[in-house]
Design a protein around this ligand. Structure first.
Ligand code: ZN
Ligand code: ZN
Length: 410
Protein backbone atom coordinates (compact mmCIF):
# COMPACT_ATOMS: atom_id res chain seq x y z
CA UNK A 1 0.00 0.00 0.00
CA UNK A 2 1.46 3.35 -1.02
CA UNK A 3 0.63 6.44 0.95
CA UNK A 4 0.70 10.12 0.11
CA UNK A 5 0.87 13.00 2.54
CA UNK A 6 -0.02 16.61 1.80
CA UNK A 7 1.94 18.88 4.12
CA UNK A 8 1.67 22.62 4.88
CA UNK A 9 -2.01 22.56 4.04
CA UNK A 10 -4.58 25.20 4.83
CA UNK A 11 -7.62 22.95 4.73
CA UNK A 12 -10.99 24.32 3.72
CA UNK A 13 -13.52 22.75 6.10
CA UNK A 14 -16.43 22.95 3.67
CA UNK A 15 -19.12 22.10 6.19
CA UNK A 16 -18.02 24.68 8.78
CA UNK A 17 -16.88 27.25 6.22
CA UNK A 18 -13.52 27.61 7.99
CA UNK A 19 -9.82 27.32 7.25
CA UNK A 20 -7.70 24.86 9.26
CA UNK A 21 -4.14 26.15 8.89
CA UNK A 22 -1.00 24.07 9.43
CA UNK A 23 -2.66 20.75 8.74
CA UNK A 24 -1.64 17.55 6.98
CA UNK A 25 -3.67 15.00 5.02
CA UNK A 26 -2.76 11.35 4.48
CA UNK A 27 -4.18 9.44 1.52
CA UNK A 28 -3.97 5.67 1.05
CA UNK A 29 -5.72 3.34 -1.39
CA UNK A 30 -7.60 6.21 -2.99
CA UNK A 31 -9.11 7.47 0.27
CA UNK A 32 -8.25 10.07 2.89
CA UNK A 33 -7.16 8.13 5.98
CA UNK A 34 -5.93 10.83 8.34
CA UNK A 35 -6.30 14.59 8.77
CA UNK A 36 -4.79 16.62 11.57
CA UNK A 37 -2.43 19.37 12.73
CA UNK A 38 1.17 18.93 11.54
CA UNK A 39 2.99 16.67 11.84
CA UNK A 40 1.02 13.46 11.39
CA UNK A 41 2.87 10.52 12.93
CA UNK A 42 4.46 7.93 10.62
CA UNK A 43 6.11 8.17 7.20
CA UNK A 44 4.75 8.21 3.67
CA UNK A 45 5.86 7.20 0.16
CA UNK A 46 5.05 10.55 -1.44
CA UNK A 47 5.05 14.02 0.10
CA UNK A 48 3.22 16.90 -1.59
CA UNK A 49 4.06 20.32 -0.16
CA UNK A 50 1.04 22.63 -0.43
CA UNK A 51 3.20 25.51 0.88
CA UNK A 52 0.35 26.93 2.92
CA UNK A 53 -2.02 27.03 -0.05
CA UNK A 54 -5.66 26.06 0.25
CA UNK A 55 -6.58 22.41 0.18
CA UNK A 56 -10.22 21.60 -0.48
CA UNK A 57 -12.27 18.69 -1.76
CA UNK A 58 -12.65 18.43 -5.54
CA UNK A 59 -15.65 20.27 -6.93
CA UNK A 60 -18.97 18.62 -7.79
CA UNK A 61 -21.09 19.80 -10.72
CA UNK A 62 -24.54 18.36 -10.03
CA UNK A 63 -25.99 19.06 -13.46
CA UNK A 64 -23.99 18.26 -16.57
CA UNK A 65 -24.62 16.53 -19.90
CA UNK A 66 -21.26 15.11 -20.87
CA UNK A 67 -22.67 13.52 -24.05
CA UNK A 68 -24.35 16.76 -25.20
CA UNK A 69 -21.62 17.50 -27.70
CA UNK A 70 -24.09 19.78 -29.51
CA UNK A 71 -27.02 21.82 -28.14
CA UNK A 72 -29.14 20.45 -31.00
CA UNK A 73 -30.71 17.38 -29.36
CA UNK A 74 -32.49 16.24 -32.52
CA UNK A 75 -29.12 16.14 -34.31
CA UNK A 76 -27.52 14.40 -31.33
CA UNK A 77 -29.94 11.48 -31.70
CA UNK A 78 -28.71 10.86 -35.24
CA UNK A 79 -25.02 10.61 -34.33
CA UNK A 80 -23.02 7.43 -33.76
CA UNK A 81 -22.66 6.71 -30.03
CA UNK A 82 -18.98 5.91 -30.68
CA UNK A 83 -18.49 9.38 -32.18
CA UNK A 84 -20.35 10.97 -29.27
CA UNK A 85 -18.32 9.01 -26.72
CA UNK A 86 -15.06 10.02 -28.35
CA UNK A 87 -16.11 13.67 -28.39
CA UNK A 88 -17.27 13.45 -24.77
CA UNK A 89 -13.76 12.51 -23.72
CA UNK A 90 -12.62 16.05 -24.45
CA UNK A 91 -15.45 17.55 -22.39
CA UNK A 92 -14.70 15.19 -19.48
CA UNK A 93 -10.98 15.98 -19.55
CA UNK A 94 -11.62 19.71 -19.43
CA UNK A 95 -14.05 19.31 -16.50
CA UNK A 96 -11.42 17.55 -14.40
CA UNK A 97 -8.87 20.23 -15.29
CA UNK A 98 -11.29 22.84 -13.92
CA UNK A 99 -11.23 21.04 -10.57
CA UNK A 100 -14.40 18.95 -10.86
CA UNK A 101 -13.72 15.47 -9.50
CA UNK A 102 -17.38 14.35 -9.51
CA UNK A 103 -20.15 15.25 -11.93
CA UNK A 104 -23.78 14.17 -11.93
CA UNK A 105 -25.03 13.60 -15.46
CA UNK A 106 -28.64 14.69 -15.93
CA UNK A 107 -29.33 12.54 -18.99
CA UNK A 108 -27.25 10.92 -21.72
CA UNK A 109 -24.22 9.32 -20.06
CA UNK A 110 -24.25 5.61 -19.29
CA UNK A 111 -22.34 2.81 -17.60
CA UNK A 112 -19.93 2.50 -20.53
CA UNK A 113 -18.71 6.06 -20.27
CA UNK A 114 -18.56 5.89 -16.46
CA UNK A 115 -16.50 2.67 -16.64
CA UNK A 116 -14.08 4.18 -19.15
CA UNK A 117 -13.47 7.05 -16.70
CA UNK A 118 -13.21 4.66 -13.76
CA UNK A 119 -10.57 2.66 -15.66
CA UNK A 120 -8.73 5.89 -16.61
CA UNK A 121 -9.17 5.19 -20.34
CA UNK A 122 -10.90 8.55 -20.39
CA UNK A 123 -9.53 11.27 -18.13
CA UNK A 124 -12.37 12.97 -16.32
CA UNK A 125 -14.39 13.42 -13.14
CA UNK A 126 -16.17 10.44 -11.60
CA UNK A 127 -19.41 10.17 -13.51
CA UNK A 128 -22.69 9.70 -11.63
CA UNK A 129 -25.05 8.87 -14.46
CA UNK A 130 -28.83 8.82 -14.80
CA UNK A 131 -28.86 6.95 -18.10
CA UNK A 132 -31.79 8.26 -20.12
CA UNK A 133 -34.00 10.93 -18.59
CA UNK A 134 -37.64 9.78 -18.34
CA UNK A 135 -40.08 11.92 -20.31
CA UNK A 136 -43.77 11.67 -21.18
CA UNK A 137 -44.96 11.81 -24.78
CA UNK A 138 -44.61 15.42 -25.90
CA UNK A 139 -42.49 16.16 -22.82
CA UNK A 140 -39.10 17.77 -22.42
CA UNK A 141 -37.33 14.57 -23.48
CA UNK A 142 -39.45 13.98 -26.60
CA UNK A 143 -37.38 15.48 -29.41
CA UNK A 144 -39.90 14.92 -32.23
CA UNK A 145 -41.22 17.97 -34.02
CA UNK A 146 -45.01 18.28 -34.31
CA UNK A 147 -44.99 16.88 -37.87
CA UNK A 148 -43.10 13.76 -36.86
CA UNK A 149 -45.09 10.66 -35.92
CA UNK A 150 -42.62 7.86 -35.38
CA UNK A 151 -39.50 7.70 -33.30
CA UNK A 152 -36.32 7.78 -35.31
CA UNK A 153 -34.22 7.59 -32.18
CA UNK A 154 -33.75 4.31 -30.39
CA UNK A 155 -31.79 3.11 -27.39
CA UNK A 156 -28.67 2.47 -29.43
CA UNK A 157 -28.45 6.11 -30.49
CA UNK A 158 -26.98 8.94 -28.47
CA UNK A 159 -30.08 10.77 -27.17
CA UNK A 160 -30.59 12.13 -23.69
CA UNK A 161 -34.12 10.96 -22.93
CA UNK A 162 -36.63 8.13 -23.28
CA UNK A 163 -40.37 8.44 -23.65
CA UNK A 164 -42.67 6.48 -21.35
CA UNK A 165 -46.35 6.91 -20.44
CA UNK A 166 -48.54 5.38 -17.77
CA UNK A 167 -47.63 3.81 -14.47
CA UNK A 168 -46.42 0.49 -15.83
CA UNK A 169 -44.28 2.05 -18.57
CA UNK A 170 -42.61 4.58 -16.28
CA UNK A 171 -41.99 1.85 -13.74
CA UNK A 172 -40.36 -0.33 -16.39
CA UNK A 173 -38.27 2.61 -17.65
CA UNK A 174 -37.04 3.44 -14.13
CA UNK A 175 -36.27 -0.20 -13.44
CA UNK A 176 -34.43 -0.47 -16.73
CA UNK A 177 -32.19 2.53 -15.94
CA UNK A 178 -31.56 1.07 -12.48
CA UNK A 179 -30.70 -2.27 -14.13
CA UNK A 180 -28.06 -0.39 -16.14
CA UNK A 181 -26.57 0.97 -12.93
CA UNK A 182 -28.07 4.49 -12.78
CA UNK A 183 -26.84 6.48 -9.78
CA UNK A 184 -30.02 8.56 -9.87
CA UNK A 185 -33.23 8.71 -11.88
CA UNK A 186 -33.88 11.87 -13.88
CA UNK A 187 -37.41 12.86 -14.75
CA UNK A 188 -38.63 15.62 -17.01
CA UNK A 189 -41.42 17.08 -14.90
CA UNK A 190 -42.14 20.36 -16.68
CA UNK A 191 -41.72 22.03 -20.02
CA UNK A 192 -38.26 23.17 -21.06
CA UNK A 193 -36.16 25.37 -23.26
CA UNK A 194 -34.57 22.97 -25.74
CA UNK A 195 -37.59 20.75 -26.45
CA UNK A 196 -39.56 21.38 -29.65
CA UNK A 197 -43.24 20.92 -28.70
CA UNK A 198 -43.83 21.60 -25.01
CA UNK A 199 -44.59 24.82 -23.20
CA UNK A 200 -42.37 26.03 -20.41
CA UNK A 201 -45.35 26.31 -18.04
CA UNK A 202 -46.69 22.79 -18.52
CA UNK A 203 -46.48 20.16 -15.79
CA UNK A 204 -45.41 16.73 -16.99
CA UNK A 205 -46.22 13.22 -15.75
CA UNK A 206 -49.27 12.48 -13.62
CA UNK A 207 -48.92 12.24 -9.85
CA UNK A 208 -49.37 8.46 -10.09
CA UNK A 209 -46.49 8.26 -12.58
CA UNK A 210 -44.24 10.42 -10.39
CA UNK A 211 -45.06 8.26 -7.35
CA UNK A 212 -44.18 5.09 -9.28
CA UNK A 213 -40.83 6.51 -10.42
CA UNK A 214 -39.86 7.79 -6.96
CA UNK A 215 -40.92 4.46 -5.47
CA UNK A 216 -38.61 2.54 -7.83
CA UNK A 217 -35.68 4.88 -7.15
CA UNK A 218 -36.25 4.67 -3.40
CA UNK A 219 -36.41 0.87 -3.61
CA UNK A 220 -32.95 0.92 -5.21
CA UNK A 221 -31.62 3.39 -2.62
CA UNK A 222 -30.99 6.11 -5.18
CA UNK A 223 -32.49 9.56 -5.51
CA UNK A 224 -34.71 11.24 -8.07
CA UNK A 225 -33.79 14.52 -9.76
CA UNK A 226 -36.45 16.45 -11.65
CA UNK A 227 -36.25 19.05 -14.38
CA UNK A 228 -38.87 21.65 -13.35
CA UNK A 229 -39.29 25.38 -13.94
CA UNK A 230 -42.55 26.60 -12.45
CA UNK A 231 -43.91 26.67 -8.90
CA UNK A 232 -46.88 24.63 -10.15
CA UNK A 233 -44.52 21.87 -11.30
CA UNK A 234 -42.07 22.06 -8.37
CA UNK A 235 -44.66 22.19 -5.59
CA UNK A 236 -46.24 18.91 -6.70
CA UNK A 237 -42.85 17.16 -6.87
CA UNK A 238 -41.13 17.88 -3.56
CA UNK A 239 -43.81 16.39 -1.26
CA UNK A 240 -43.69 13.21 -3.38
CA UNK A 241 -40.05 12.57 -2.53
CA UNK A 242 -38.14 14.11 -5.44
CA UNK A 243 -34.79 15.03 -3.86
CA UNK A 244 -33.38 17.66 -6.21
CA UNK A 245 -35.15 20.21 -8.39
CA UNK A 246 -33.22 21.27 -11.48
CA UNK A 247 -33.46 24.90 -12.74
CA UNK A 248 -36.42 26.12 -10.62
CA UNK A 249 -36.42 29.50 -12.35
CA UNK A 250 -40.13 30.20 -11.86
CA UNK A 251 -40.60 28.92 -8.33
CA UNK A 252 -42.41 30.78 -5.54
CA UNK A 253 -42.26 31.27 -1.76
CA UNK A 254 -44.30 28.12 -1.20
CA UNK A 255 -41.65 26.19 -3.15
CA UNK A 256 -39.00 27.53 -0.75
CA UNK A 257 -41.04 26.39 2.24
CA UNK A 258 -41.37 22.91 0.72
CA UNK A 259 -37.63 22.66 -0.02
CA UNK A 260 -36.82 23.36 3.62
CA UNK A 261 -39.61 21.16 5.04
CA UNK A 262 -38.68 18.11 2.92
CA UNK A 263 -34.89 18.58 2.93
CA UNK A 264 -34.88 18.90 -0.85
CA UNK A 265 -32.18 20.69 -2.88
CA UNK A 266 -32.32 23.25 -5.66
CA UNK A 267 -29.86 23.17 -8.56
CA UNK A 268 -29.95 26.56 -10.29
CA UNK A 269 -28.31 26.43 -13.72
CA UNK A 270 -27.77 30.08 -14.59
CA UNK A 271 -24.59 29.40 -16.56
CA UNK A 272 -26.47 27.68 -19.34
CA UNK A 273 -29.02 30.48 -19.89
CA UNK A 274 -26.25 33.04 -19.85
CA UNK A 275 -24.34 31.05 -22.47
CA UNK A 276 -27.41 30.23 -24.58
CA UNK A 277 -28.43 33.89 -24.62
CA UNK A 278 -24.96 34.96 -25.75
CA UNK A 279 -23.98 32.19 -28.14
CA UNK A 280 -26.68 29.51 -28.31
CA UNK A 281 -27.64 29.89 -31.95
CA UNK A 282 -24.04 30.22 -33.03
CA UNK A 283 -23.29 26.99 -31.12
CA UNK A 284 -26.02 25.10 -32.98
CA UNK A 285 -29.24 25.60 -31.00
CA UNK A 286 -32.33 25.94 -33.21
CA UNK A 287 -33.11 29.65 -33.57
CA UNK A 288 -36.82 29.42 -32.70
CA UNK A 289 -35.88 28.02 -29.26
CA UNK A 290 -33.85 31.04 -28.22
CA UNK A 291 -36.94 33.06 -27.30
CA UNK A 292 -37.62 30.54 -24.52
CA UNK A 293 -34.14 31.24 -23.12
CA UNK A 294 -34.85 34.92 -22.53
CA UNK A 295 -38.12 33.97 -20.79
CA UNK A 296 -36.29 32.06 -18.07
CA UNK A 297 -32.99 33.95 -17.83
CA UNK A 298 -34.15 36.88 -15.72
CA UNK A 299 -36.45 34.74 -13.58
CA UNK A 300 -33.47 32.54 -12.65
CA UNK A 301 -31.70 35.39 -10.86
CA UNK A 302 -34.82 36.25 -8.87
CA UNK A 303 -35.34 32.58 -7.91
CA UNK A 304 -31.76 32.38 -6.65
CA UNK A 305 -32.31 35.40 -4.42
CA UNK A 306 -35.56 34.01 -3.04
CA UNK A 307 -34.02 30.59 -2.36
CA UNK A 308 -31.05 32.12 -0.55
CA UNK A 309 -33.33 34.34 1.54
CA UNK A 310 -35.35 31.30 2.68
CA UNK A 311 -32.35 29.13 3.47
CA UNK A 312 -32.97 26.64 0.65
CA UNK A 313 -29.99 24.31 0.27
CA UNK A 314 -28.49 24.47 -3.20
CA UNK A 315 -26.23 22.48 -5.50
CA UNK A 316 -23.78 23.75 -8.09
CA UNK A 317 -25.06 23.07 -11.62
CA UNK A 318 -24.02 24.31 -15.04
CA UNK A 319 -26.19 22.33 -17.52
CA UNK A 320 -24.09 23.58 -20.45
CA UNK A 321 -24.30 22.06 -23.90
CA UNK A 322 -21.75 21.56 -26.66
CA UNK A 323 -18.79 23.88 -26.76
CA UNK A 324 -20.53 26.22 -24.31
CA UNK A 325 -19.35 23.76 -21.63
CA UNK A 326 -16.16 25.83 -21.38
CA UNK A 327 -18.23 28.27 -19.26
CA UNK A 328 -18.70 25.62 -16.54
CA UNK A 329 -17.07 27.77 -13.82
CA UNK A 330 -19.13 30.84 -14.71
CA UNK A 331 -21.93 29.62 -12.40
CA UNK A 332 -19.73 30.86 -9.51
CA UNK A 333 -19.67 34.35 -11.04
CA UNK A 334 -23.41 34.34 -11.66
CA UNK A 335 -24.25 33.39 -8.06
CA UNK A 336 -21.56 35.23 -6.09
CA UNK A 337 -23.40 38.52 -5.63
CA UNK A 338 -26.35 36.69 -4.03
CA UNK A 339 -24.84 33.68 -2.29
CA UNK A 340 -22.10 34.06 0.41
CA UNK A 341 -18.83 32.26 -0.33
CA UNK A 342 -19.25 29.58 2.36
CA UNK A 343 -22.67 28.57 1.00
CA UNK A 344 -21.32 28.61 -2.54
CA UNK A 345 -18.43 26.35 -1.54
CA UNK A 346 -20.92 23.98 0.14
CA UNK A 347 -23.10 23.92 -2.99
CA UNK A 348 -20.11 22.70 -4.99
CA UNK A 349 -18.92 20.16 -2.39
CA UNK A 350 -20.62 18.66 0.69
CA UNK A 351 -24.20 19.61 -0.21
CA UNK A 352 -23.96 17.34 -3.26
CA UNK A 353 -22.80 14.38 -1.16
CA UNK A 354 -25.64 15.01 1.30
CA UNK A 355 -28.25 15.27 -1.45
CA UNK A 356 -27.05 12.08 -3.17
CA UNK A 357 -27.15 10.08 0.07
CA UNK A 358 -23.34 9.90 0.14
CA UNK A 359 -22.42 12.09 3.12
CA UNK A 360 -18.77 11.60 4.02
CA UNK A 361 -17.90 9.92 0.71
CA UNK A 362 -16.82 13.13 -1.01
CA UNK A 363 -17.13 16.90 -0.64
CA UNK A 364 -15.08 17.07 2.57
CA UNK A 365 -11.47 16.59 3.64
CA UNK A 366 -12.17 14.02 6.33
CA UNK A 367 -10.99 10.47 7.04
CA UNK A 368 -12.95 7.97 4.95
CA UNK A 369 -13.70 10.35 2.09
CA UNK A 370 -12.37 9.73 -1.41
CA UNK A 371 -8.98 11.19 -2.18
CA UNK A 372 -10.61 13.90 -4.32
CA UNK A 373 -8.53 16.96 -3.49
CA UNK A 374 -7.65 20.24 -5.15
CA UNK A 375 -5.12 22.86 -4.07
CA UNK A 376 -5.87 26.52 -4.69
CA UNK A 377 -3.54 29.48 -4.66
CA UNK A 378 -6.07 31.69 -2.84
CA UNK A 379 -8.76 31.18 -0.20
CA UNK A 380 -12.13 30.56 -1.91
CA UNK A 381 -13.93 31.57 1.30
CA UNK A 382 -12.45 35.05 0.84
CA UNK A 383 -12.60 35.22 -2.95
CA UNK A 384 -14.70 32.64 -4.73
CA UNK A 385 -13.43 33.80 -8.12
CA UNK A 386 -10.14 32.01 -7.47
CA UNK A 387 -12.07 28.88 -8.51
CA UNK A 388 -12.85 30.45 -11.89
CA UNK A 389 -9.16 30.75 -12.88
CA UNK A 390 -7.92 27.14 -12.83
CA UNK A 391 -5.02 27.75 -15.19
CA UNK A 392 -3.37 30.19 -12.77
CA UNK A 393 -4.88 29.33 -9.39
CA UNK A 394 -5.48 25.58 -9.40
CA UNK A 395 -2.15 24.10 -8.30
CA UNK A 396 -3.03 20.45 -7.89
CA UNK A 397 -5.83 18.08 -8.86
CA UNK A 398 -6.13 14.67 -7.23
CA UNK A 399 -8.96 12.21 -7.87
CA UNK A 400 -9.23 8.95 -6.00
CA UNK A 401 -5.72 9.46 -4.68
CA UNK A 402 -4.19 9.87 -8.15
CA UNK A 403 -2.67 13.18 -9.16
CA UNK A 404 -3.85 14.62 -12.52
CA UNK A 405 -2.26 18.05 -12.24
CA UNK A 406 0.74 19.07 -10.17
CA UNK A 407 1.94 22.66 -10.27
CA UNK A 408 2.73 23.13 -6.58
CA UNK A 409 6.30 24.13 -7.33
CA UNK A 410 5.21 27.08 -9.45
ZN1 ZN B 1 -33.56 20.49 -17.71
ZN1 ZN C 1 -30.04 19.46 -18.18
Amino acid sequence: MTTTRIINASIIDTRAGQVLAGHEVRIADGRIVEVGPAPLPGSDDTILDAKGHFVMPGLVDSHVHVTAITPNFALLETLSPFYVGAKSSELLHDMLMRGFTTVRDAGGADHGLASAVEEDSLIGPRLLYAGRALSQTGGHGDMRGPGQQTFEGCFCCAGLGRVCDGVSEVRRAARDEIRKGAHQIKIMASGGVASPTDRIDSTQFSLEEIDAIVEEATAANIHTMAHAYTARAINRLIPRGVKTIEHGNLMDEESCRLFVEHDAYLTPTLATYDALAKEGVEAGMAEHLQRKVFDVLEAGGKALEMAQRHGVKMLYGSDLLGRMQRHQLNEFNLRKDVVPTDDLVRAATCNAADAFGARGDFGEIIPGARGDIIVLRHNPLEDITTLTRPEQDLLMIMKGGKVYKQALEG
